[in-house]
Design a protein around this ligand. Structure first.
Ligand SMILES: Nc1ncnc2c1ncn2[C@@H]1O[C@H](COP(=O)(O)OP(=O)(O)OP(=O)(O)O)[C@@H](O)[C@H]1O
Ligand SMILES: [Mg+2]
Length: 309
């Protein structure tokens, strides 16, 4: 009973914790095979709960979850076998070597030893030269990569990354993005949670925004950025401007600070960035910026727009 195109099918999922708190309030979501899906939401939105339910760590209160066609409760073992999970809280045996940790994890899933696979995995994650190192001697970023190797040790079809780059520096974040994309090339479906819109923007094919246990939006990234993404440029002007010249009225310009600040808001995904046209116009109208600050919507902004909609 495999559904070739659907990696995960979630219907009417709710979760109420033992203390009566409802963390998931009716989730319907299908994840396609081979896609990278980013789950965005503020602290406490229910991201980890949702992932935990899919992975069978948290028991759903109502609703159903199918993983590669297997029910997450009734066919728990098969469903779990298809999943690799990198949890939000990193936990590893500090004194074990990288090689042993990853190999042992494969064994836990009852998979026969496969040193060739593990070697390739460690190489793909740039960990091969650290294979004999104790985990405690690795940097934070390396530890995260070990967690990913561990999660992939049993060759799962689906990889969950719960906040993979929280507290990770920009350079390493970029290298992790590249590694995740490389994984997608090998056919792995990736679901990640993040607070960073840039991360979702960079990585995801599709984005789900979750708030208070509800998926308030599920869209392809391009659609979401198109609908919600705004960019702004704030020009500090050398000479105060009395009013915006009528010739510029078709630009979304706002004049503040006694005419010394001009803010231009534009669509993040508009074809042909027209900022250069605007600058030409400034010149024509003797508007002279001394400083330009650019700004783009954060998840927070998009979020506020969504919640207020
Ligand atoms: N075991 C539990 N018992 C009771 N409530 C819980 C339990 N685990 C989580 N919660 C609550 O459920 C809500 C969702 O938590 P969850 O960890 O899923 O959020 P999250 O979106 O992953 O947040 P973060 O971005 O901070 O990781 C929170 O209000 C949390 O306090
Ligand atoms: Mg979480």
């Amino acid at each position: 009973m495999t559904q070739p195109q659907t990696a995960i099918a979630i219907s009417s999922l709710t979760k109420t914790y033992a203390n009566g708190f409802q963390a998931l309030a009716g989730i319907d979501l299908d994840i396609k095979r081979g896609e990278i899906f980013a789950l965005l939401g503020p602290n406490g939105a229910g991201k980890t709960t949702l992932i935990s339910a899919i992975c069978g760590i948290v028991q759903p209160t109502t609703g159903s979850i199918k993983v590669c066609g297997y029910d997450s409760v009734a066919d728990y073992r098969q469903a779990r076998m298809a999943i690799g999970l990198v949890p939000q809280e990193l936990t590893t045996d500090a004194f074990e070597s990288v090689w042993n940790t990853v190999s042992f994890s494969r064994g836990l899933f009852g998979k026969p030893r496969n040193p060739v696979y593990i070697e390739q995995l460690l190489k793909n994650l740039s960990l091969w030269d650290k294979k004999d190192e104790q985990i405690r001697r690795l940097s934070g970023g390396m530890k995260r990569r070990v967690m990913i190797a561990k999660a992939l040790s049993h060759e799962p079809e689906i990889l969950f990354l719960d906040e993979p780059t929280a507290g990770v520096d920009v350079e390493l974040r970029k290298s992790m993005w590249a590694q995740v994309r490389a994984l997608q090339q090998t056919g792995v479906t990736v679901i990640l949670t993040t607070h960073y819109i840039e991360e979702a923007e960079e990585m995801a094919d599709r984005i789900g925004v979750i708030n208070k246990g509800r998926l308030i939006v599920t869209e392809s990234k391009d659609t979401l950025m198109h609908k919600m993404g705004k960019r702004q440029m704030a020009f500090t002007l050398r000479d105060a401007l009395q009013a915006i010249p009528p010739a510029l009225s078709h630009y979304a310009l706002v004049l503040t600070e006694g005419g010394r600040k001009l803010t231009y808001t534009y669509d993040a995904t508009q074809n042909g960035n027209d900022v250069s046209d605007l600058l030409e116009q400034f010149k024509t109208h003797h508007i002279r910026p001394t400083e330009i600050d650019s700004y783009r919507s954060s998840l927070e902004d998009i979020f506020i727009q969504l919640v207020e909609a």
